[in-house]
Ligand binder design. Structure first.
Ligand code: SF4
Length: 497
């Protein structure tokens, strides 16, 4: 049978797993990542076992339907590995073995990301460099332990090396701030964020802003009391520029008053939807010294914009961009999405050609995640085309970005992402968004205010505690008055350690 170039199997396979209690979730996770509709209990027998030998080597065996994958790991004897790494290695090898027997059994193409199932593959590379492995040794490990393709290794390593110069010796000095504004003009069809349409939820905005102002002031006072500096501030959502006029001015001034410190070097507003970007709004952003905004076309094809519910025109993207340059916003990012409904390679090429005229400083290339409930249930052939096209589109975006002098500086993955790809942020030299790096790599405490914000308290050993604000603006404005004191106390305790 001809090998098809996709890494998923859509059948309803059943598996009976025999493994130690610690390994069963690992095996199940690998199966689900390749066979989303898999069931567990009875069915094909999959057996996984691991054992340490006398001299400290690890042996792993995974069996499925008469196929056997065996490995004797000598690399783990390297003294730079600690007990935690040795425990983790058992699961990594079992993941590799399970993946390999499934690939053979169901005729699947190996994922270019190997056994890295998580959202943040860069974190692994950072942890290897932290342990003292050289970049050359990391390349070998990515290939042999984690099964990454050459292309992904060439992508990930320079990104990680670029990011490391932005890390600080303490995760809590300085910190960064996220402010979530969970409103949008309309809701895009693919949206998975906290985004309430202004038309139906606009009446909640005044109460939401009242709560947010309280939270900003309280957090600012805490940081001031503790002498904690703020490196970056990021307004996201939603679309923060759905807040307009005097409300926006007051909000940004409050942020400047309470949250900007001498160390603050980046103030981003995810302006997002171009129809919110009037001349007045642009002046308000510039007067508040916002130095980075996103104007996100997603595509420069009107028919697609209409189809995905954006309700703005291509012309409005151009107008907003020109206004941003005219008022002197220093850094402009543009987001595009590969794989939007009805879009082929030619559409992406045309979008990139139009963006080339504008010359933004950053370009963020998202690949559409294939929704489990819908597209994964369709024919494998269709997904195969999507995978191949996705890869070609991503290569095209990379080529355009590189001709504009940009290179990748952060990346992350999603489950069932088009073409088994990744989302990549490109930037011109020295114009990388520090917030994006800190948020993605989780090496800095990010204090989140507003709707849907998730605070990440990072300890010196890089362990994390998350605190979530309600997404719904009505719930947020009802709860924030009662919850704020406890949140401030918890953050205070964390920052004092
Ligand atoms: S603009 Fe962004 S946040 Fe708002 S609805 Fe569309 S995808 Fe969601």
């Amino acid at each position: 049978m001809e090998q098809i170039a996709i890494s998923y199997h859509f059948g309803k396979e059943e598996f009976h797993i025999i493994a130690s209690a610690e390994l069963v979730p690992t095996v199940e996770a690998v199966i689900r990542s390749l066979i989303p509709n898999a069931q567990f209990g009875t069915g094909r027998l999959l057996q996984a076992q691991a054992a340490w030998e006398g001299e400290g080597t690890l042996t792993v065996q995974v069996d499925l339907d008469g196929l056997s994958w065996n490995y004797r790991d000598l690399e783990i004897l390297d003294p730079r590995y600690n007990e935690f790494d040795r425990e983790r290695r058992i699961k990594e090898r079992v993941r590799m073995g399970t993946q390999r027997v499934l690939e053979q059994t169901f005729n699947l193409a190996p994922s270019p990301w190997g056994i890295l199932l998580g959202v943040r593959p860069t974190k692994l590379v950072h942890s290897l460099l932290d342990r003292g492995f050289s970049p050359e040794e990391v390349v070998t490990q990515l290939e042999t332990v984690y099964g990454l393709s050459e292309e992904k290794i060439e992508l990930i390593l320079p990104v990680v090396i670029k990011q490391r110069k932005y890390f600080h010796s303490s995760p809590n000095q300085p910190v960064s701030i996220y402010v979530g504004i969970p409103f949008c003009p309309t809701r895009c069809s693919y949206c998975s964020f906290a985004a309430y349409p202004l038309g139906s939820h606009g009446h909640l905005l005044p109460g939401f802003l009242q709560g947010l102002k309280l939270e900003i002031a309280a957090m600012g006072r805490l940081l001031d009391e503790l002498g904690v500096e703020v490196e970056t501030i990021y307004l996201g959502g939603g679309t923060p520029t759905t807040v307009q006029g005097a409300d926006l001015e007051e909000l940004l001034n409050l942020i400047r008053e309470y949250l900007v410190t001498p160390t603050t070097c980046e103030f981003t507003v995810e302006a997002g939807r171009p129809e919110t970007l009037t001349r007045e709004t642009m002046h308000i952003l510039r007067n508040a010294k916002v130095d980075r905004i996103s104007i996100n076309p997603q595509t420069m094809h009107q028919a697609t914009l209409d189809r995905i519910g954006r309700q703005h025109s291509v012309e409005q993207v151009y107008t907003a961009y020109d206004l941003a340059r005219e008022v002197g916003i220093p850094i402009i990012n543009m987001d595009i999405i590969l794989g939007l409904p009805g879009e082929k390679w030619e559409h992406v090429e045309e979008t990139l050609r139009q963006i080339a005229i504008l010359q933004p400083d950053n370009l963020t290339v998202h690949s559409l995640a294939i929704k489990r409930a819908s597209r994964l249930k369709q024919e494998a052939k269709e997904i195969q085309i999507a995978q191949e096209e996705g890869e070609a589109m991503a290569n095209l975006a990379k080529k355009f970005a590189s001709t504009w002098g940009m290179s990748p500086y952060y990346l992350y993955r999603q489950r069932y992402i088009l073409g088994d790809l990744e989302n990549i942020g490109y930037a011109k030299p020295s114009l990388e968004s520090r917030y994006n790096i800190q948020m993605m790599e989780e090496r800095q405490t990010i204090i989140a205010l507003g709707g849907g914000g998730i605070t990440k308290l990072v300890a010196p050993d890089l362990s994390l505690v998350r605190l979530a604000n309600p997404k719904c603006p009505a719930t947020y404005s009802q709860q924030i008055f009662g919850d704020l004191e406890a949140k401030i106390d918890q953050i205070r305790k964390h920052l004092l350690v």
